[in-house]
Design a protein around this ligand. Structure first.
Ligand code: TXA
Ligand code: MG
Length: 317
């Protein structure tokens, strides 16, 4: 079983030895390895059971240390990096030859981000290589927002989890790139589109096009619990209320007992809802029920990203 520690020296030593370590970030926990070591990167794919066509994000200490991995930093993306790094923003940039093909699945761009969690920042600063890290969950399942979520699912496949407590944001980073002169959001996430537009002007949100080969993690079905999850609303009749659980935004539903409901934010705050989303999905998934009914949030701010996750969790096949 993986050891859980707050000691970044131990984590750094394992990573230098080519091993994998689960790391806290402000978004979700990551499964990290040396991004420049193709063997460590291959181990990440193996532990996660992740298909090789789904590339990894490279985590760096700051913009300057990204420069070894990227050929250039187009102006609008540099402005976003200045505004939001460290933070829940991943940028797609032309890669250099030191980035192993496996990291980008052979794509010409590499995904780069500067995470904001203090422990992981200190860890990365103590290493002389960047960290490749996908979310630390088995492929297709809900991302972990607490060390015990990582332990429960990957604890027998990795040796160390760096304990940074619960993730503050709770949704994966927003992924942004530029095509010709158009700024494109490829994955909605912990940084709201409105905040990005306030810096660079209007962007195109393309996160729903599952046919786009560059589209990040955009398999229709993703972030899924084991129990069937269905998008619904409180006015829908429930076939069997005793066998149903509810994921509600601000207020409980009638007909379902409170132990089978999770309220994401009693005050209706989407930021709080984001921080609670994945924990609530896991808790409901652990119940003996046949169906999880999930309510969509207002399509504003992080509500958009939360709804994106709920729709993917509900997608079948
Ligand atoms: O918040 C996050 O982004 C977390 C933490 C650990 O940093 N990481 C994360 O990684 O969510 P992952 O692997 O679960 O999702 C990253 C997504 C993938 O779906 C992948 O398709 C996309 O980023 N991606 C990575 N590199 C890419 C590239 N070169 N081009 C297009 N998409 C890329
Ligand atoms: Mg993931």
């Amino acid at each position: 079983m993986a050891e859980i520690t707050e000691d970044i020296e131990v984590a750094a030593a394992r990573l230098r030895a080519g091993e994998l370590v689960a790391i806290p970030t402000e978004t979700v926990y990551g499964l990290a390895g040396n991004a420049l070591d193709a063997r460590a990167v291959a181990a990440i794919f193996d532990v996660k059971q992740r298909p090789a066509f789904d590339p990894l994000i490279v985590h760096v200490a700051d913009r300057a240390s990204a420069s070894a991995c990227v050929t250039s930093f187009p102006e609008p993306l540099a402005a976003l990096a200045d505004a939001f790094w460290p933070g829940p923003l991943t940028l797609l940039l032309e890669r250099t030859g030191i980035v192993p093909d496996l990291v980008t699945s052979g794509l010409p761009r590499v995904a780069i981000r500067v995470p904001a969690h203090p422990l992981t920042r200190a860890l990365i600063a103590s290493l002389d290589f960047p960290l490749a890290a996908p979310s630390a969950n088995p492929f297709g399942y809900i991302s972990p927002t607490r060390p015990e979520h990582v332990a429960a699912q990957l604890g027998d496949r990795i040796s160390l989890i760096l304990d940074g407590g619960p993730c503050e944001i709770g949704l994966e980073s927003t992924i942004v790139g530029v095509e010709e002169d158009q700024i494109v959001v490829y994955r909605l996430g912990g940084l709201a589109v409105g905040e990005i537009e306030a810096v660079v002007g209007p962007v195109e949100v393309r996160s729903h096009s599952a046919s786009n080969p560059a589209a990040p993690g955009l398999l229709a079905r993703h972030y899924s619990p084991g129990t069937r999850l269905v998008i619904g609303s409180r006015s829908d009749p429930l076939p069997d209320p005793d066998r149903a659980a509810v994921l509600a935004f601000a207020e409980p539903w009638a007909d379902v007992t409170s132990d089978r409901q999770r309220i994401l934010s009693p005050t209706g705050d989407v930021i709080e809802a984001a921080a609670n989303l994945f924990l609530a999905m896991r808790e409901l998934d652990a119940l003996d029920v046949d169906i999880i009914m999930a309510e969509l949030l207002p399509e504003e701010g992080l509500g958009r990203a939360i709804n994106d996750r709920l729709r993917r969790a509900a997608a079948r096949g």
